[in-house]
Write a protein that binds this ligand. Structure first.
Ligand SMILES: *[C@@H]1O[C@H](CO)[C@@H](O)[C@H](O)[C@H]1NC(C)=O
Ligand SMILES: *[C@@H]1O[C@H](CO)[C@@H](O)[C@H](O)[C@H]1NC(C)=O
Ligand SMILES: *[C@@H]1O[C@H](CO)[C@@H](O)[C@H](O)[C@H]1NC(C)=O
Ligand SMILES: *[C@@H]1O[C@H](CO)[C@@H](O)[C@H](O)[C@H]1NC(C)=O
Ligand SMILES: *[C@@H]1O[C@H](CO)[C@@H](O)[C@H](O)[C@H]1NC(C)=O
Ligand SMILES: *[C@@H]1O[C@H](CO)[C@@H](O)[C@H](O)[C@H]1NC(C)=O
Ligand SMILES: *[C@@H]1O[C@H](CO)[C@@H](O)[C@H](O)[C@H]1NC(C)=O
Ligand SMILES: *[C@@H]1O[C@H](CO)[C@@H](O)[C@H](O)[C@H]1NC(C)=O
Ligand SMILES: *[C@@H]1O[C@H](CO)[C@@H](O)[C@H](O)[C@H]1NC(C)=O
Length: 474
C-alpha cells in the first residue's frame, strides 16, 4: 500500500508545523504536581441507557420521530455513500476549548488555565468538577438535538477525551489514572446518545484527546509544544485499550467510532507510520469488539487524503470512513485569499474528493467552517492573538478583526453573503464525497463558527439541500 506518498501540500504542512511551534512556544511549561488518583465518575453506566454494553446494528432510534419520549423505535442504519452525511460537531462540550466557551475559562480566575489539563492542575478539584458538571449539564441539552434535527441534519460528531472514558483495570494493563484530568463526562455522553436516538440523529463518537496528546492542541486536552502520543508506544497501546472499551460499552449505540482526531502526521515521519499502524490496529480492535455493522472512521492526519490511497479498503477491510478537515484560516497563504479565491480553492477540492471515494473508501469533511479569518477570540489558544490582525506576529497582517467575528449584528451584509456562498461551495464539494460535519454547532460568542447562529442569520439555510448558488463550483 502506498499510503505514505509525499504529501502534495508540503508547504501547508510546514506552515502547520510552525504554527504548532509558535502557539506552543507561548505557553509556559507547567510543572505537574503529584496528585492522588482521579475520582471515578458517579454511576458511569446508568441502566436506563438501552443497549449499553451490547452490539446492535445501527444506532437504534425512531427516524425523525418523537421528542425523546419514544425509545422503542429503531433507526435504520445510515447508508453511507448513498445519502450525504449532513451534520454538526458538538464542539466545546465534553472537551473544552477556550474560544468556544471563554466565560468558563475566565471563571477560573487564572489565566494559566488554557485547557482541561491545566484546569485539573491549577484549580481546586472540587471547584473544577462543579464547574465542569454545570457546563456538561447546560452547554448541550436535548433541545439542541431537537434543533439539529429540525435543521435537516442527520449526524452529530461528538468529541470526547480519553480521560472521560471510565475504563477499569480489568480492561487494560495500563494505568487507569487520568491525572491531572478531571473525569466525569461519560454519563453525559450516554445521555446525548439517547437524545440523538430519540431525534433520529446518527452519531459519530470521536476520540478527540489521547494519552500524551496526539497533536499538542488545546482541543486534545493539553496544549503543549511537545505532544508525546506518537513517540510512546505505550501511549498508543493504551489508546487501543480505550478504543476497545468504547466499542464494548457503546458500540451498539453509535453509528461510527472515530479512532482519533487530528493526530500530528506532520510531526516527523515516525508519527505518520505510528498513525497508520494505529488505524490498522484500531480497526481490528473495534471490529473484533463491536462486530461488522459499526463504521470506523480514520483521519488524514494533516497528510492529505492522497497519502491514504488503498488504505483499509475492501476486501481487507470494510465500513471505513476517511475524515478530512478543511480550514482556510490557519496559515498566511490562505488568510491572504480574496473571497473569490476562498470559493475557488474550495471548488478545486471537488474532483479529488469524488475520485477518492470512487477509488478508496467513504470520505467525510468532518470539520470545516464559514469563517475566513482566525479572529475568533482565543481560536489559536487562550491569551493568543490572531494572524489576521497581526496580534500573532507572523510578519504579515491582513486587517482589523472588526466585523469578522463576535456578534453577527455587527457584520456587513456582503460578508454574510460571502459566508452563504462559502457554505454552499463547501457543502457542494463534500457532497461529491460522502458528506460533511460543520465545526461547530454552537459557540458562546464567535458567530462566524456557529451553525446555530448561521441558521438564525440566514448564511446557513434551514434546509441543507437549499441552494442560492447551485452552480457555484461548476
Ligand atoms: C446485553 O445483551 C446480553 C445478551 O443478550 C444480555 O444478557 C444483557 O443483559 C444485555 N445488557 C444490557 C445492558 O442490555
Ligand atoms: C412528546 O411526544 C409525545 C408523543 O408524540 C407527546 O404526547 C408529548 O406531548 C410530547 N412532549 C413534548 C414535551 O413535546
Ligand atoms: C414510537 O414509534 C413507533 C414506531 O415509529 C410509533 O408507532 C409510535 O406511535 C411512537 N410512539 C410515540 C409515543 O411517539
Ligand atoms: C474573558 O476575559 C477577557 C480578558 O479579561 C475579556 O476580554 C473577555 O471579555 C472575557 N470574556 C467573557 C466571555 O467573559
Ligand atoms: C473567581 O472569582 C469570583 C469573584 O471573586 C469568585 O466568586 C469565584 O468563586 C472564583 N472562582 C474560582 C474558580 O475560584
Ligand atoms: C493484560 O496482560 C495479560 C497477561 O499478559 C493478558 O492476558 C491480557 O490480555 C492483557 N489485557 C489487556 C486488556 O490487554
Ligand atoms: C506515555 O508513555 C510514557 C512512556 O511509556 C509514559 O511514561 C507515560 O505515562 C504515558 N502517558 C500516558 C498519559 O499514558
Ligand atoms: C476563480 O475561478 C474562475 C474559473 O476558473 C476564474 O475565472 C476566476 O478568475 C477565479 N477567481 C479568482 C479570484 O481566482
Ligand atoms: C448581538 O447583538 C444584538 C443586537 O445588538 C443583541 O440583541 C444580542 O443580544 C447580541 N447577542 C449576544 C449574544 O450578545
Amino acid at each position: 500500500m502506498s499510503f505514505l506518498r509525499l504529501p502534495a501540500t508540503l508547504t501547508l504542512l510546514f506552515l502547520l508545523a510552525s504554527t504548532l511551534a509558535s502557539v506552543g512556544a507561548q505557553q509556559c511549561r507547567l510543572v505537574r504536581p503529584s496528585q492522588d488518583l482521579a475520582p471515578s465518575p458517579d454511576n458511569p453506566f446508568p441502566s436506563s441507557v438501552p443497549g449499553s454494553g451490547n452490539v446492535t446494528s445501527g444506532s437504534g432510534s425512531g427516524s425523525g420521530s418523537g421528542n425523546g419520549t419514544n425509545t422503542t423505535t429503531t433507526l435504520q442504519p445510515f447508508e453511507y455513500g448513498q445519502a450525504p452525511v449532513r451534520g454538526v460537531n458538538i464542539g466545546g462540550w465534553l472537551v473544552l476549548e477556550p474560544w468556544i466557551t471563554p466565560s468558563f475559562f475566565n471563571a477560573t480566575n487564572n489565566t494559566n488555565v488554557v485547557d482541561e489539563y491545566t484546569l485539573g492542575q491549577l484549580v481546586d478539584r472540587d471547584v473544577a468538577l462543579q464547574m465542569l458538571q454545570n457546563h456538561w449539564e447546560t452547554w448541550i441539552t436535548e433541545q439542541d438535538f431537537v434543533d439539529i434535527a429540525a435543521a435537516g441534519l442527520n449526524h452529530v460528531r461528538i468529541p470526547v477525551g480519553y480521560w472521560s472514558v471510565p475504563i477499569t483495570s480489568a480492561d487494560t494493563n495500563y494505568t487507569t489514572s487520568v491525572d491531572p484530568y478531571i473525569p466525569g463526562a461519560w454519563p453525559y455522553l450516554l445521555k446525548a446518545l439517547n437524545w440523538a436516538k430519540a431525534n433520529g440523529i446518527h452519531v459519530i463518537l470521536d476520540l478527540h484527546g489521547a494519552p500524551g496528546s496526539q497533536n499538542g492542541f488545546d482541543n486534545s486536552g493539553q496544549r503543549t509544544s511537545n505532544p508525546v502520543w506518537g513517540v510512546n508506544p505505550a501511549n498508543v497501546s493504551r489508546t487501543l485499550d480505550i478504543i476497545t472499551f468504547m466499542a464494548k460499552e457503546v458500540g451498539g449505540l453509535v453509528d461510527v467510532i472515530e479512532l482519533l482526531n487530528e493526530p500530528a502526521g506532520f510531526d516527523g515521519s515516525n508519527w505518520a507510520s505510528v498513525i497508520s499502524g494505529y488505524w490498522q490496529d484500531g480497526y481490528q480492535a473495534v471490529r473484533a469488539t463491536a462486530g461488522n455493522s459499526i463504521k470506523i472512521m480514520i483521519e488524514d492526519a494533516f497528510l492529505g487524503i492522497t497519502s491514504w490511497e488503498n488504505f483499509l479498503t475492501a476486501p481487507n477491510a470494510q465500513g471505513v470512513i476517511m475524515d478530512t478537515h478543511q480550514y482556510q484560516v490557519f496559515n498566511n497563504d490562505q488568510l491572504g485569499y480574496s473571497e473569490d479565491e476562498h470559493i475557488n480553492f474550495t471548488c478545486t477540492l471537488k474532483d479529488g474528493y469524488s475520485s477518492y471515494v470512487d477509488n478508496n473508501i467513504w470520505m467525510v469533511m468532518g470539520e470545516w467552517t464559514t469563517a475566513m479569518t482566525d479572529c475568533a477570540t482565543w481560536l489559536n489558544g487562550r491569551n493568543v492573538g490572531a494572524r489576521w490582525d497581526g496580534s500573532i506576529n507572523t510578519g504579515q497582517a491582513f486587517g482589523s478583526c472588526e466585523g469578522y467575528t463576535g456578534n453577527s449584528s455587527t457584520w456587513s451584509s456582503s460578508y454574510k453573503t460571502f459566508m452563504r456562498m462559502f457554505w454552499e461551495a463547501q457543502v457542494d464539494v463534500s457532497e461529491a464525497a460522502s458528506g460533511w460535519m460543520y465545526w461547530c454547532w454552537k459557540t458562546e460568542s464567535a458567530d462566524d463558527w456557529s451553525y446555530q447562529k448561521g441558521l438564525e442569520g440566514g448564511w446557513i439555510p434551514q434546509d441543507p439541500s437549499d441552494r442560492m448558488y447551485p452552480s457555484i463550483c461548476d
